[in-house]
Design a protein around this ligand. Structure first.
Ligand code: HEM
Length: 547
């Protein structure tokens, strides 16, 4: 790849039997690739031996070069300047245009006397495409460990995930090795909504010592993973674990944790949450999957069905809500079912979106579960489930808002290169209005999210469950509605490119299909909005609300 080539040498390779092109001063041999080029071989032959940068960027985004570079690049033009030294983990800001002396003084004078320095800017600096602290703005929530983690996860996603996401989504499977990496990188240990469980795993997150791990680190892992623009990918990696494992960690008995948690946190064994049934979705109190105690009192025998269970198809363990008592919420318990004990059948379901997440229909037939696998107390499982919902919903909020940002970011980039009616899309007021409407909703919801995360980590768990449940439910509805809005508006901006799968509008097309997977599970928008009012009013009545 270090080969230096002159323009004249490239120009010789101008026929289909030896076809070179130049993109951004790098030289590519596309002789063999031309037959498989999705845009056709003639279009490549027309630029054979020439600089094709302009044409290339018209039809592709950065992901294509990242994916094919190692395979097709044979060198660079001898006129290309040496590459800049590698960027530090946290990229410094590009030098801003120097303000006039008077203006600089005015800015300095206007600064509050005691202002904490903001963190270094990071990423592409497109306003609203990342949270504001990425653009060097002040924030009370983040410190150097958050910035380092952000760089760590982004590097991983950009190099090892993003280039392959489309393939995995279409193939409806993410390689198991990636899940294993989630364990080895320590991310699984950090996604439980509790302290980092260093006592149960030897793996550590490179940028953050366990004792410093907080809820904002968890937010960053989920947020940066979601930049891959695939609900299927995110749910494959954290969908089952993020909601199935916390109840085990918080309410499981120590011998059970000692036996199975290390394997789960290492990424060797998979776990999922099984609550929803063919006939009981948001109405959890009415579930019917039953568990009866065996005559010798050593096992529960489980019979029933569970539906739309994320990761079920690959899971070794299932955190299952069952009916052990009478009707309603006081007859529900939570059990940890182990596949290897038998009686568990799983079938993959075909759904509209989140294709690589493994949505599953499960049948339990006389499934034996040792009584030691009871999570929480018998007939008090409703509390376990309710505590878990806040964590699940915050995860959905983080993902929905990042997906909204991806829709916005892709739109801004595309609008700055696509020309219609003699000018760039970005120069049409109607397009800027769409972008503004996306940005204002994203920022409003994200600032609410940061506040909620801060409250959740500052409060004791029961207090957080009570006081924050209503707000989190409202925020969940706000975020999924924002996501739906952004997917729609981005799709209008991309036009036909987001109607076909793959290519420049591929992320938008995929996310559009994922919208319902966020608006419905974890509590549908309608249930969430109603709950946000009912719960907030009821709780604050307890805390002395005056009407
Ligand atoms: C290293 C060189 C190139 C590679 C690896 C490459 C790869 C691809 C890929 C993977 C696609 C499928 C769509 C996508 O995923 O974005 C595509 C489509 C396309 N490419 Fe290329 N390409 C290259 C160079 C070029 C050049 C130089 C041109 C124009 C002169 C071109 C024109 C097109 C067109 C018109 C499409 C179809 C776009 C659409 O469906 O809207 N490609 N290319």
């Amino acid at each position: 790849m270090s080969q230096k080539v002159s323009k004249e040498q490239v120009a010789v390779h101008n026929k289909s039997d030896s076809l070179w092109i130049v993109i951004d001063e790098d030289v590519y041999d596309v002789t063999k690739f031309q037959d498989e080029h999705p845009g056709g071989k003639k279009i490549l032959q027309r630029v054979a031996g020439k600089d094709a940068s302009k044409q290339f960027w018209k039809y592709h985004n950065e992901g294509i070069l990242k994916k094919y570079k190692s395979q097709l690049q044979i060198g660079s033009l001898d006129t290309k300047k040496a590459a800049a030294p590698p960027a530090p983990a946290v990229a410094p800001a590009p030098a801003p245009a120097a303000p006039s002396a008077a203006k600089a003084k005015a800015i300095a004078d206007a600064k509050p006397a005691k202002s904490e320095a903001p963190l270094e800017p990071f990423g592409d600096l497109i306003p609203f495409a990342d949270p504001s602290w990425y653009q060097g703005q002040h924030s009370p929530y983040y410190n150097e460990t958050h910035a380092a983690l952000r760089a760590e996860v982004r590097e991983w996603v950009e190099s090892e995930i993003e280039p392959y996401v489309t393939e995995w989504d279409e193939g409806k499977k993410v390689p198991d090795s990636l899940y294993k990496q989630m364990g080895e990188r320590g991310y699984l240990g950090g996604l439980l909504g509790v302290h980092f469980p260093a006592e149960y795993t030897k793996y550590r997150v490179k940028s953050v010592p366990p004792e410093k791990w907080d809820h904002f680190h968890e937010l960053i892992v989920t947020d940066e993973l979601s930049r891959a623009a695939s609900g299927g990918l995110v749910w494959n990696l954290i969908g089952g674990f993020g909601i199935g494992c916390p109840p085990l960690v918080k309410f499981g008995k120590k011998p059970l944790l000692d036996r199975i948690l290390p394997g789960i946190l290492a990424g060797d064994k998979r776990i999922c949450l099984a609550i929803t049934e063919p006939d009981a979705g948001s109405d959890v109190a009415n579930l019917t999957c039953e568990a009866k105690l065996s005559e010798d009192g050593k096992h529960y025998i489980v019979n029933g069905e569970k539906k739309w269970i994320t990761n079920g198809i690959w899971s070794d363990y299932f955190t299952v809500a069952v009916r052990t008592g009478g009707e309603g919420m006081n007859g529900i318990s939570v059990l940890l079912v182990e596949r290897e004990n038998g009686g568990v059948s799983t079938r993959r379901m075909d759904c509209q979106g989140v294709w690589s997440s493994g949505t599953t229909y499960i049948t339990f037939e006389d499934t034996k579960v040792p009584v030691e696998n009871l999570i929480g107390k018998e007939n008090q499982g409703f509390k376990v489930i309710m505590t878990n919902f806040n964590h699940e919903r915050i995860g959905i909020v983080i993902q929905s808002l990042r997906f909204s940002r991806v829709c916005y970011e892709e739109s801004v980039k595309y609008a700055n290169k696509r020309r219609t009616f003699g000018k760039k899309l970005i120069d049409h007021p109607v397009i800027r209005m769409k972008l503004a409407d996306m940005a204002r909703q994203i920022e409003a919801a994200y600032n609410w999210l940061e506040n909620v995360v801060y409250q959740a980590q500052s409060m004791e768990e029961t207090e957080a469950m009570l006081k924050m449940g209503g707000a989190i439910a409202g925020l969940k509805a706000q975020s999924t509605k924002t996501f739906e809005f952004c997917a729609r508006e981005a799709s209008q901006i991309f036009g036909g490119l987001s109607y076909s799968r793959g290519g420049q509008g591929g992320k938008i097309e995929r996310l559009y299909r994922d919208v319902r997977a966020y608006a419905i599970p974890g509590g549908s928008e309608e249930i969430m909005l109603d709950l946000s009012m009912r719960q907030s009013l009821r709780v604050y009545q307890m805390f002395g609300m005056k009407l």
